[in-house]
Design a protein around this ligand. Structure first.
Ligand code: 1PR
Length: 548
């Protein structure tokens, strides 16, 4: 008799089921998949992960006839653990969709305001316990306490009214910038979190373990505890791996130096800095808040399901329990040999099913932005950004920008947005604009980072991975002027990338350029600086970080 006997996972079709599966299995438990309404009768506990849009979740559940059996299951009093959209659909409805929710809890899901903070909320934060629980409940078993941080990735939330708080079903509330929202509920047999325990490292795994091993239904007696909800957001330190096949056909982690990945001193071989799955595991254990894989060789003629990156994700997701982003070749593709083609959503489906939490779009985003600009801002729904974000939510779509500096003596020399720069050009030019490129920097396009950032945000991208060709691999620090310019152009989160060489480079990107997250590759691969050293330094600069 294992605690996980009768444990089922409710999969409506866009949840990150593989991540939950792997998290449960890493705890030594087995979990079954609910495939039909008959499975609900066999279930003793259900975990219900939701990712993406509220409407898509409700509509998919309707289409698969899952709503009635789920309501019946809940009424039977057996335990349910809802995650993210799996919590939101338990409320009355959402601004995100006309579809009504299940209406189990009062309240509606609302869009975060972005006038003073980045939206979507992507990052780690602390859930504050606001529910007075009977002393039969030992909250320490959940692992939730004033220091515990969990991963949030959402644009919508149920507001938590700090004043009128007669909401006895609310277990924790979390403050993000100027707003406080319900971050978890616990009422009778229902426990649900806005954050992702399966992506919140060991802390999150402990909460899943609690649900499986020690969860008990709450008696009605719980009542709210009025208390201030401090914000504990922490900055994400992200490890990035550029992955490509070397000349022997092996998939290796490489690293460009201004995007040139070949090492002259090694007979022009592709720089080989390790194996992607092993490095990802190492970075997770060292405290990386996210892991990014950028596949910089296009497996153009490989049938989608044989793409080597999919297996990297399947393997890595078995032992990496923080969000994983994958980029490189995310677009609609046609196999030139077989003539078979896949839409951008089908390509994204394959990566999400393999264990990715976010996909990163590079070249295709530039083409989509150029089209939007030439169509005078009229969207037609044809771009990979629109298609993937409408199914998986904006927060699952990152756009990777590969810009390079173009120097001018005076802003009037170009129609592009230029900035006064302290790093003057080769002919002592005092201004520069940032030209976007495609194909890994090999082709420059007539579009600048302000135009591209605004366009992709308009198309529904949830985050920008802001690389910089001039700075890539130089260890000379981030291009702070570039980051500031993009941060002033959009309200979606911006990840600083390219050039990090020492811990103070990371705090400069945050303190001086207002970056939402900081990413590095080379210094981590070459073990020049460790992730924990970076975090210790950020902490010494009073920047909130997640310490593992
Ligand atoms: O165009 O959608 O197929 O995506 C291609 C993806 O691969 C894009 O995200 C693009 O940035 C990336 N890419 C393509 N070619 C290269 C290359 O290096 N030849 N990598 C490349 C670009 C950027 C980061 C790098 C940071 C941090 N590298 O991956 O890790 O700059 O580096 P550092 O900390 O060592 O300075 P698509």
């Amino acid at each position: 008799q294992s605690p996980s006997d009768g444990l089922y996972l409710l999969d409506y079709g866009a949840g990150n089921v593989r991540s939950v599966f792997n998290a449960i299995e890493s705890l030594g438990y087995k979990i079954n998949l609910i495939n039909s309404s008959a499975d609900f009768d066999k279930a003793k506990k259900i975990i219900f992960p939701g990712v993406g849009s509220f409407g898509h979740a409700i509509d998919s559940m309707k289409r698969k006839n899952l709503i009635e059996p789920l309501l019946k299951y809940i009424q039977s009093g057996r335990p349910l653990f809802g995650i993210c959209v799996g919590m939101q659909v338990l409320f009355q409805g959402s601004e995100e969709s006309d579809s009504p929710g299940l209406g189990i809890f009062p309240g509606r899901v609302e869009l975060f305001s972005s006038h003073s903070k980045s939206v979507p909320n992507i990052g780690w934060n602390n859930p504050v316990i606001v529910q007075s629980l009977p002393d039969t409940i030992d909250m320490s078993k959940t692992g939730i306490n004033s220091d515990s941080l969990y991963y949030y990735v959402h644009s919508y939330a149920v507001p938590y009214p700090e004043t009128q708080n007669n909401l006895n079903f609310v277990n924790t509330a979390t403050r993000y910038g100027d707003q406080t929202f319900i971050s978890s509920v616990w009422s009778k047999n229902i426990f649900a979190t806005q954050f992702h325990p399966e992506k919140s490292g060991e802390t999150g795994l402990k909460l899943l373990d609690f649900f499986i091993k020690d969860f008990t239904c709450l008696p009605e007696t719980s009542s709210p505890i009025p208390r201030p909800i401090p914000s504990r957001t922490s900055v994400r330190v992200i490890a990035c791996m550029d992955v490509r096949t070397n000349d022997q056909g092996d998939l290796v982690v490489t690293k460009g130096d201004q995007y040139d990945v070949r090492e002259a001193s090694q007979g022009n071989q592709v720089r080989n800095l390790g194996k992607p799955v092993q490095l990802a595991k190492r970075y997770y254990q060292e405290g990386a808040d996210e892991v990014t894989f950028l596949n910089i060789t296009s497996f153009r003629n490989t049938p989608l399901n044989d793409t080597p990156m999919l297996d990297v994700l399947r393997q890595a997701s078995k032992s990496v329990f923080v969000p994983m982003t994958v980029g490189g070749g995310i677009r609609s593709i046609t196999n030139e040999i077989s003539g078979e083609s896949w839409s951008a959503v089908q390509v994204a489906d394959a990566y999400f099913l393999a264990g990715a939490d976010k996909v990163s779009i590079g070249s295709d985003a530039v083409y989509s932005a150029e089209k939007l600009i030439s169509n005078k801002g009229i969207k037609d729904g044809s771009s990979s950004i629109e298609q993937i974000s409408s199914v998986y939510g904006s927060q699952a779509v990152v756009v990777s920008i590969d810009p390079k500096r173009v120097y001018v003596n005076d802003p009037s020399e170009t129609s592009h947005t230029s900035v006064l720069t302290t790093n003057k050009g080769p002919n002592n030019e005092s201004y520069c604009w940032f030209q976007c490129t495609v194909k890994g920097g090999r082709e420059s396009r007539d579009i600048d980072v302000v135009q591209l950032s605004k366009a992709v945000s308009e198309l529904g991208a949830g985050e920008i991975l802001l690389n910089c060709i001039d700075k890539d691999g130089t260890n000379s620090g981030y291009d702070l002027e570039l980051i500031k310019l993009v941060k002033s152009s959009v309200t979606i989160p911006v990840i600083a990338s390219s050039g990090a060489g020492k811990p103070s480079d990371f705090s400069d990107a945050i303190n001086l350029a207002n970056a939402d997250a900081v990413l590095a590759a080379g210094i981590f691969h070459r073990k020049e600086v460790s992730i924990s050293e970076v975090k210790e330094y950020l902490k010494s600069e009073n920047i909130g970080v997640r310490c593992v």
